[in-house]
Write a protein that binds this ligand. Sequence first.
Ligand SMILES: C[S@@+](CC[C@H](N)C(=O)[O-])C[C@H]1O[C@@H](n2cnc3c(N)ncnc32)[C@H](O)[C@@H]1O
Length: 204
Amino acid sequence: MSVDDDRPVNHHADHPGFSGVTGALVGLVLLFMGRADARLAADLTEVGADDTVVDIGCGPGKAAREAARRGAAVIGIDPAPVMLGLARAVTRHGTIAWATGTAERVPLPDASATVAWSLATVHHWKDVDAGLSELRRLLEPGGRLLAVERQVDGSATGLASHGWTRQQADSFAAQCSSAGFRDVTVTGRKAGRRDVWVVQAVRP
Ligand SMILES: C[S@@+](CC[C@H](N)C(=O)[O-])C[C@H]1O[C@@H](n2cnc3c(N)ncnc32)[C@H](O)[C@@H]1O
């Protein structure tokens, strides 16, 4: 057991790096990183033309664009203007809308999505229970929830700690169950060369 095994799943809720010059640099890095986690999310949720996907914490939008490439209607949600600006600047798909919001407050009607995913972002949510309640609200019955986080060591610090230990993935799964989701699973997967945790669940 590592020294930091009791860290909450949103252990970087107060991360300040998504505005101004730093935010733009992080956005550019995310833009040029591999699409492996976006492809993994789209594969595991079996996204297709009948879906409306909400990408929570979309950043510069690579997973939103992956869903659009597979025919889905997509809404990318992010609180950071610099991320949404980058996403808009590089997107050519007409089926993607972008909106300012957070996991805790999504500007969409009840039951308006079939898929809600959050990639490398739950560890930044301010309030995980509020976020899950909000995602349950906006998913239609049978809607699929998916979270992806990089596998990290519990003793990691700084950038290397941006992700989850197995224990954090399990804690998030337990919070999904408490929020009323069913069929909650935690799996370790490969996204390109990276090891990630994937939590999936279904809105009853
Ligand atoms: C590491 S980036 C990941 C971006 C994108 N999902 C990707 O994989 O490229 C984390 C993103 O979460 C966003 N974020 C921070 N707090 C959030 C919250 N409470 N709800 C939703 N998104 C949030 C940030 O603005 C940032 O764009």
